[in-house]
Ligand binder design. Structure first.
Ligand code: SAH
Length: 617
């Protein structure tokens, strides 16, 4: 099962006809969904059988599933789900696939429910067309109500429907972002209706609504004619000190009270922090568990050197640091004393203990997510040489990182709101480091290479760098998604030259010493391998291909067929069939792959054939 679909689980699929079952059954296996069929239908493995009416059955499984996939007429689906729908926040994603499997329709809960995204992923899986009718998608804008999902932002109060519809109508909406990542702003389409300045500075711009992105909790009037919404990036670290046995209840009340007093959003809490001595404090642990907050623990030695506004000599005597709450908030936020938003507040209760709270703000929000790295091969060039799995990985990514040429090739696959980072061809290491940094922060990152990612591509660089950083093999999770590599692509254009044992040799001596390359050329030539030469010649590296020819001429006939395929499956594709003797008379550059046949390879018209067996007849 593919991991792209895990966040949508549990998924229920429903089909009522043999065709529908035939369509959904394999899909369910691929995406980890459960297929539900009526008892009268043909029974297959891994299906759930129901009796009686679908309407009643649906009601009984409605709340247990995050998503439903129907192979039914849209009209029938609409009637079935109508009585069960509540609102955007709670409804599951509803997807309909037409009987031929050519179209996947996002019917309901496109944004929060994730139906749009699930629709795109399934469409790639089936090689079908996704049908998404939301206005934001049409404008190529990220949905305002899902903007913060990649970064784990908490969603605040506001008139989401009205602000979304302003944007859909192209009305100007002001964005005031005080905290959190601004990466989402980098790839907005031209002419987007968002305005990032302040209205009083520029009077010609007249925003009709506002998006706040901040740690502050703003109270909006219900029926304001200036609609506003707020996102809360999780930048606040709450430092906690308490006396032994303080109740969970008091800790929660104290935090709520301080947050309210300072107009801070509970949704903006990244986590809690305290001193080692409190690592087993029952109330604190229970509070963090219930709220799913991380609890960062610091030693007295770490805390005592942090500068704080309110050090205490009594605390110093008791626990070996003059500050617990303030110092651990600052330490957790990885900031300095200037980012202490709230200095220590003491909240006591006669019978429940006593809590000290301080709040610091970090530069980068806590996403609360486990990151993923997809190392994706995008094939030789043309989109139809890209596997459905690679398309799915690219669609699933929050960020796509690659060399700009390859990013251009996959542009048609990009989704609204995706972060695209192009780095020059020479900066592979920087690309790897950047991808890892973003994945460690919690994002889903696709690193793309042309061809196969694991053949002279980014996969090795990323894994090497992860290893250097002491990666545990799991976090971030890594999935390598194969692509059609240049040697397969070029071979396919000239026939079947790779039919027998073959090898690939790159002539690039940037990362491999020339002495090693020479040895391998010699060995391949001697062993009669069909040989595909990658990176055969660059503007400055011109001698290596000459040497290669010389080596092969020592072991093979001068008439051995050679194919020079440049830019296979791209618009400027060029194919030259020649011989070992003549190969240097033609253009060979960094876009070319050279295939040298073995001793039994022959040419027939415009085709190169290497016999499958040793028997030559
Ligand atoms: N990861 C890539 C290889 C990158 S090395 C893959 O698996 O294909 C770059 C070399 O690959 C180029 O110098 C060229 O030799 C070869 N190459 C890549 N794409 C090609 C294409 N479309 N046609 C011919 N050769 C190609």
């Amino acid at each position: 099962m593919m991991s792209f679909f895990a966040p949508f689980h549990p998924i229920a699929a429903i089909a009522t006809t043999p065709q529908g079952i035939q369509l959904l059954h394999p899909l369910c296996q691929q995406i980890g969904a459960t297929l539900h069929v009526r008892e009268t239908q043909k029974q297959l493995n891994n299906t759930h059988i129901y009796q009686g009416s679908l309407k009643d059955y649906l009601a009984s499984i409605w709340s247990q599933n995050n998503a439903f996939i129907f192979s039914l007429a849209t009209g029938a689906v609409v009637r079935l789900i109508a009585p069960l729908l509540q609102d955007k926040l709670n409804d599951p994603a509803i997807i309909v696939i037409d009987a031929t499997g050519n179209f996947v329709i996002s019917l309901c809960s496109g944004h929060q429910g994730g139906a749009d995204q699930l629709t795109r992923l399934i469409a790639h899986q089936l090689n079908a067309t996704p049908i998404i009718t939301g206005a934001a998608n049409g404008l190529n804008l990220p949905g305002i109500d899902i903007l913060g999902f990649p970064f784990g932002w908490g969603k605040g109060q506001g008139n989401w429907t009205e602000v979304s519809s302003l944007i859909a109508r192209g009305e100007t909406v002001q964005v005031i972002q005080e905290v959190g990542s601004t990466l989402w702003q980098n790839n907005l389409p031209k002419n987007h209706p968002l305005y990032f300045g302040f209205s009083d500075v520029n009077e010609t711009i007249n925003p009709q609504g506002r998006i706040w992105i901040s740690a502050t909790e703003r109270r909006f009037a219900n029926e304001s004619n200036f609609p506003k919404v707020q996102w809360h990036p999780r930048v606040l670290w709450v430092g906690i000190g308490c006396i032994r046995g303080t109740s969970q209840n008091l800790i929660e009340r104290a935090i709520n009270q301080v947050f309210q007093q300072y107009h801070l959003a509970i949704n903006a809490i990244a986590g809690l922090a305290t001193i080692e001595l409190k690592a087993d404090e029952i109330g604190l642990i229970a509070y963090c568990r219930d709220k799913q907050f991380p609890l960062k623990i610091f030693s007295a030695d770490t805390l005592k050197i942090i500068e704080v506004p309110n050090p205490s000599s009594i605390v110093q005597q008791e626990v070996g640091t003059p500050s617990v709450a303030e110092a651990s908030a600052i330490a957790a936020a990885n900031s300095d004393v200037n980012f202490l938003l709230v200095s220590k507040q003491i909240i006591k209760s006669e019978d429940e203990g006593s809590v000290t709270i301080a709040i610091a703000q970090s530069n980068r929000e806590y996403t609360g997510k486990k990151g993923t790295l997809y190392l994706v091969g995008t094939g030789p060039g043309n989109l139809n040489q890209l596997t459905p799995a690679a398309k799915t990985a690219i669609t699933d990514a929050d960020v796509i990182i690659g060399y700009s040429l390859y990013l251009d090739l996959i542009k048609p696959l990009q989704c609204p709101g995706q972060i695209i980072e192009a780095l020059p061809i020479t900066q592979e290491k920087q690309r790897a480091t950047r991808a890892i940094e973003l994945a460690q922060w919690g994002l889903t990152v696709a690193v793309v290479s042309s061809g196969d990612c694991g053949i002279y591509g980014m996969a090795g660089l990323v894994l090497e760098e992860l290893k250097k950083q002491g990666w545990d093999g799991q976090n971030p999770s890594v999935e390598v998604v194969p692509g059609i590599t240049a040697l397969q692509a070029t071979a396919s254009r000239v026939g079947a030259p790779l039919m027998h044992d073959f090898c690939a040799i790159s002539l690039s001596d940037l990362l491999t010493p020339w002495e090693v390359i020479k040895k391998r050329l010699e060995a391949a030539a001697m062993a009669d391998f069909v040989t595909a030469i990658y990176n055969p010649r660059s503007q400055t590296r011109t001698q290596q291909i000459i040497h290669t020819q010389k080596v092969f001429l020592q072991y093979r006939d001068s008439q051995t067929p050679v194919a020079l395929v440049r830019s296979a499956y791209r618009e400027d594709e060029e194919i030259t069939l020649t011989s070992l003797e003549k190969m240097l008379d033609f253009t060979i550059d960094m876009l070319t792959t050279v295939i040298i046949g073995n001793s039994s390879t022959y040419r027939h018209n415009n085709w190169i054939i290497t016999p499958r067996g040793y028997n030559k007849n």
